[in-house]
Write a protein that binds this ligand. Structure first.
Ligand SMILES: [Zn+2]
Ligand SMILES: [Zn+2]
Length: 140
C-alpha cells in the first residue's frame, strides 16, 4: 500500500489497529464516521478503542488520504474517496449521496492572493426516495 509507505516516511507509527483502519477505508471508498468504522472492526480487533479510530481518522485527513466532510452538523464524516466530487444531503432522511456532476477539478489556485488548496460543494434538499413518499402523501 502506497499510503502506508508514505505515512511511514512521514514518521508516523503504524500500529496494527491503524493499518486495519486504513485498509478498511481503502476497501470501502465511501463516507464513514468514527463510530461506523469502530463497529465494523470491533469483532476482529476487540481492543480497538473509539479514541484510536478518531485519532487515526484525524491523522489520515490531515495527511490528505481521506477528506473530512462538513456537511452535517451532528456527525463528523470522512470520505475515503478522495477524487473530487460534491455531496448532497437529504434534510429529511439524512442520507448523503455523491454528486459527480460539476466536479471541481479546475478550481482557481489563487483568489485575491489566497492560496486555494481544496473546494467542497454541498447540496441540501430532499432526496428522490423522500420526494416519492412526500408526493404520495400529497395525492391522498
Ligand atoms: Zn431522503
Ligand atoms: Zn463522497
Amino acid at each position: 500500500m502506497n499510503v502506508l509507505k508514505e505515512l511511514k516516511e512521514k514518521g508516523h507509527i503504524l500500529s496494527m489497529p491503524r493499518i486495519a483502519i486504513l485498509r478498511y477505508l481503502l476497501e470501502h471508498k465511501t463516507h464513514h464516521t468514527a463510530e461506523s468504522i469502530h463497529k465494523a472492526l470491533e469483532q476482529e480487533y476487540p481492543n480497538l478503542s473509539l479514541a484510536t479510530v478518531y485519532n487515526t481518522l484525524k491523522l489520515l485527513s490531515r495527511e490528505g488520504f481521506i477528506r473530512q466532510l462538513h456537511i452535517s452538523e451532528n456527525r463528523t464524516l470522512y470520505d475515503s474517496n478522495t477524487k473530487p466530487h460534491s455531496h448532497f444531503l437529504c434534510r429529511i432522511c439524512g442520507k448523503i449521496e455523491d454528486i459527480w456532476e460539476n466536479e471541481k477539478t479546475n478550481f482557481p489556485k489563487e483568489i485575491n492572493g489566497n492560496l486555494i488548496e481544496d473546494v467542497h460543494t454541498y447540496y441540501f434538499g430532499i432526496c428522490r426516495e423522500c420526494r416519492k413518499k412526500y408526493e404520495k402523501g400529497q395525492s391522498h
